[in-house]
Design a protein around this ligand. Structure first.
Ligand code: NI
Ligand code: MN
Length: 229
């Protein structure tokens, strides 16, 4: 079976792998563009990049219902456990662990990480990205991040088949920086994310695609929410 990546809008993806479904940053009920509701997904694993509401999203109720293993940076994972999720695996930047779906590496991301609960800010440590080494594909989900030079290291140490990169600007890289990131990572395919959900991150993914294909050696696939690669 070949792995299938389905875009769920914003930074949320569902990967169907041989070892079960892997859900990343499930911001579903709060996202009007989401093609699925939180009770329509049945992941075995949920990967969370940071505590912001548009990434932690529906992780806690989905994990409680489905029993999925939640994987997150240590501080965020500890928060999720304290919210009553039993099955949590915490990691930290630069660490890797082999799960049933393959080896997972937690990477840096330049951003913040906090949960806003009852009007209070609860800091949840460092944000992250993930390199996911499935049997047939290596996928890099950058999380929310600005451009950083170590993306070159990520691409040199791991042959990235598919890179999922934010292009929306304001909170993360914009199109210009994301095109440069593609040059550093050198993936076969790049899929843009984290744009057009809110007015401040409105961007044209077709402009990103055109520039990637003119200026880099990678292909760009623009997925609408609900579409798969
Ligand atoms: Ni964020
Ligand atoms: Mn975000």
């Amino acid at each position: 079976m070949r792995s299938i990546i389905t875009y769920l809008g914003h930074a949320a993806f569902l990967i169907k792998s041989e070892a079960g479904e892997i859900l990343i940053d499930p911001f579903l009920s709060g996202n009007p563009n989401s093609p699925v509701k939180p009770d329509e997904v049945n992941p075995k694993f949920i990967l969370v990049t940071h505590g912001h509401g548009d990434h932690l999203g529906d992780t806690i109720p989905i994990a409680k219902r489905s029993g999925a293993l939640v994987i997150a940076p240590f501080e965020l994972g500890t928060y999720i456990e304290r919210e009553g999720v039993k099955n949590v695996h915490t990691m930290h930047i630069g660490g890797s662990f082999t799960f049933p779906f393959g080896k997972l590496i937690m990477t840096i991301a330049h951003h913040g990480s906090a949960v806003i609960k009852d009007g209070e800010i609860i800091y949840t440590g460092n944000p992250c990205g993930y390199v996911i080494k499935l049997k047939d594909r290596t996928i890099y989900h950058a999380g929310d991040t600005g451009l950083f030079m170590d993306m070159k290291l990520i691409g040199e140490r791991n042959k990235i088949d598919v890179a999922l990169l934010p292009i929306g600007g304001n909170y993360t890289m914009d199109i210009d920086d994301a095109v440069y990131a593609v040059k550093l990572i050198n993936p076969d395919v790049v899929i843009p994310m984290h744009y057009n959900t809110f007015p401040v991150i409105e961007k044209d993914p077709e402009e990103f695609k055109r520039r990637v294909e003119e200026e880099t050696n990678s292909r760009c696939i623009v997925l609408k929410p609900g579409e798969s690669y």
